[in-house]
Design a protein around this ligand. Structure first.
Ligand SMILES: [Zn+2]
Length: 126
């Protein structure tokens, strides 16, 4: 783990927070710059209060051809939120390395979004 603010490796675990979705987010404290961040910081999921699962469902619904308003109605979210998630995720997806042929049809589901994002940091950030 590396500090997202100053890239220092001098980082210690600093508590966890349990989200409404029972997802546990690990927090870290950077001993060099003194700032605190969590494992979602710096990913497209950072500062989104919506569970990753809901976002994935929205993206999947959209991939299946559901309109932005219909997807919003199904999930009880505003079309604006869904647009925002799509924007964030598409920005991130363009950084993905090309999938292998058997993964040509990439289905985003659940934690996979987060896992992929975590694995796709540029080499310098690892
Ligand atoms: Zn730092």
């Amino acid at each position: 783990m590396q500090c997202i603010h100053c890239q220092s490796e001098n980082v210690v675990k600093n508590g966890t927070k349990t989200l409404k979705t029972a997802q546990v987010v690990q927090y870290f404290l950077c001993k060099d710059c003194g700032r605190r961040f969590n494992e979602r910081s710096g990913t497209p999921m950072a500062r989104l209060r919506t569970p990753v699962e809901t976002i994935s469902m929205a993206i999947n619904a959209r991939t299946e051809g559901l309109g932005i308003r219909a997807a919003g109605r199904v999930l009880g979210k505003s079309p604006t939120s869904i647009l925002l998630w799509e924007k964030r995720l598409s920005a991130q997806l363009s950084n993905f390395s090309p999938p292998s042929p058997k993964e040509a049809e990439v289905t985003i589901k659940g934690d996979e979004v987060y896992t992929r994002v975590g694995k796709n940091l540029p080499p310098l950030a690892q």
